[in-house]
Design a protein around this ligand. Structure first.
Ligand code: ATP
Ligand code: MG
Length: 183
């Protein structure tokens, strides 16, 4: 699976529907202070199920919805969609057959989050399952934010182990075992 593009609408400063293409495996986002670089990263974490408003640099989850500017009124809905190319069929389980996989989360001011995979309503867990063991996820090491290298270096052995297990691809088996044991 490879991330092809990100679509944002009503999310933080991206009030109008905006498509961000990801042309190669390695990208950088550059631009002046306050132009929305970190908001794009917040959007990626959010759609993958991040549930902490603080991690998304807000006070409450509603803060991800565009809350107006000098020239624009606030909006009532935010959505973010990640579109992955899956022509290599590497998506897990029944998703392997799709050439493209769209993962979407939306939030309205009056309601909770809704999650979708290829336009079908799903649970937050279904989205987490797709990414488990891939190194991509709302808190994964594939998003290295400011201060994170220092935190990894100074982390406790137990926390470091979680990171290494995810990188080695064994965390998904541990998660399945935990689920089976709890049944
Ligand atoms: P820097 O280079 O300083 O790190 P950046 O490009 O990462 O900047 P962001 O933090 O992504 O910038 O964007 C900050 C902008 O997003 C601010 O102008 C802020 O007002 C705006 N913003 C954040 N949340 C919302 C919201 N809910 N509604 C409207 N605008 C928002
Ligand atoms: Mg920033």
């Amino acid at each position: 699976m490879r991330l092809k593009h990100i679509k944002l609408s009503g999310f933080k400063s991206f009030v109008d529907t905006t498509k961000v293409s990801v042309p190669n495996n390695l990208i950088g986002i550059v631009g002046p202070n306050g132009c929305g670089k970190s908001n794009v990263i917040d959007a990626i974490r959010w759609v993958m199920g991040e549930s902490s408003a603080k991690t998304l640099r807000g006070d409450s989850m509603e803060d991800v919805i565009f809350n107006g500017s000098a020239v624009r009124k606030p909006v009532n809905r935010a959505y973010v969609e990640l579109v992955f190319d899956n022509t290599d069929g590497s998506a897990p389980g029944s998703y392997a057959k799709f050439a493209e996989i769209g993962i979407r989360r939306e939030l309205t001011r009056d309601g909770g989050s809704k999650y979708f995979i290829n336009r079908d309503r799903c649970r937050r867990k279904d989205i987490q399952d797709i990414f488990l063991g891939t190194g991509l996820g709302p808190r994964s090491y594939s998003i290295i934010e400011q201060g994170m290298v220092g935190r990894i270096v100074e982390s406790k052995p137990e926390d470091l182990r979680v990171l290494i297990e995810e990188a080695a691809g064994i965390s998904k088996y541990k998660e399945r075992r935990r689920e089976t044991e709890n049944r």
